[in-house]
Design a protein around this ligand. Structure first.
Ligand code: F6P
Length: 323
């Protein structure tokens, strides 16, 4: 393999730059030319492809976001767009791509491989940690630490006023962020899509908490929880216990930014390098991941169609520790 392209796609995640850096430097180490593609699959279609060198990735390992920019390309969902992307790749004589992103990125890569037989290796980059085939995704560790810092601050004011706070964290379809942030922030209740909890149960826990003279209560809600977002949860609870004072904070995109933690930088570096080695060795149509601290590969098919399980013990643990 003489030329490899690298792109970031879907929601950005802290550590994507560290992964880009690893891809670029691993290519150079292996005497492979490397090309950066701007705005994910959209840049492939629009021919936004540029040569990268060692200095293109100097001083970026500590930066959040992605220097290559990212997009959720609608055009790449159409066969016509994918054909244009393929033609641009041929024009640049690029023989393989490292695609850093989440489920949507993997889905695009799989279809592209099926249609054009073009080698792609996926690298898991999303704060949600919801990708099958890896214990952790790039960006998750930074996101939970960012959310935790915010929650610690909220706890200070909540405690001072003897108040109850509802905090919504990201996680469109998964509760990994909510579970870890809830446990590390000492939440009284954690609401996530993986466990079904009804409003009556939540109300019971809250009433018991005040009954035990707690000075503050914190309820962490994953945005994808089946009851609805945090505002729906609060609305429904107000119908059951209208007398309490409710305060709501939505952490939102704050969780996506910031300098990546050491753990995310190491993960991104390992996976970026492994993706390049895999392409050189002829692997494709698969994503790299880290399972029990070892680099592994999972087919796009499996990564897309299996739901990554969340350890339900964590939710039990949160209940036990909030007595
Ligand atoms: O997939 C990462 C994520 O941050 C989700 O947690 C969230 O639901 C979504 O992206 C938000 O996407 P956007 O930035 O396009 O609003």
């Amino acid at each position: 393999m003489k030329r490899i392209g690298v792109l970031t796609s879907g929601g950005d995640a802290p550590g994507m730059n560290a992964a880009i850096r690893a891809v670029v430097r691993a290519c150079i180490y292996n005497n492979v030319e490397v090309y950066g593609i701007e705005r994910g699959y959209q840049g492939l279609i629009e021919n936004k492809i540029m040569r990268m060198g060692s200095h293109s990735v100097s001083n970026i390992i500590q930066r959040g976001g992605t220097i290559l920019k990212t997009a959720r390309s609608k055009d790449f969902m159409k066969a016509e767009g994918r054909k244009m992307a393929f033609e641009n790749l041929m024009r640049h004589e690029i023989e393989g791509i490292v695609a850093i992103g989440g489920n949507g990125t993997y889905t695009g890569a799989k279809i592209f491989f099926e249609e054009h037989g073009f080698p792609i290796i996926g690298v898991p980059g999303t704060i949600d940690n919801d990708l099958y085939g890896t214990d952790y995704t790039i960006g998750f560790d930074t996101a939970i630490n960012t959310a935790l810092e915010a929650i610690d601050r909220i706890r200070d004011t909540a405690d001072s006023h003897d108040r109850m706070f509802f905090v919504e964290v990201m996680g469109r379809e998964a509760g990994f962020i909510a579970a870890d942030v809830g446990i590390s922030g000492g939440a009284e209740v954690i609401l996530i899509p993986e466990t079904k909890m009804n409003i009556a149960e939540v109300a019971e826990i809250i009433k018991n908490g005040w009954g035990r003279k707690k000075s503050s209560q914190l309820i962490v809600v994953a945005e994808g929880d089946e009851i609805g977002g945090v505002f729906t949860v609060v609305e429904k609870l107000k119908e059951v216990i209208p007398t309490l004072e409710y305060r709501v904070t939505v952490l939102g995109h704050i969780q996506r930014g910031g300098s990546p933690t050491a753990r995310d930088r190491v993960l991104a570096s390992r996976l970026g390098e492994a993706a390049v080695t895999a392409l050189i060795e002829g692997k494709n149509n698969a994503a790299v991941g880290l399972v029990h601290d070892a680099v592994t590969f999972v087919s796009f098919e499996d990564a897309i169609h299996h739901k990554k399980p969340l350890n339900q013990d964590l939710i039990h643990l949160a209940n036990v520790l909030s007595v």
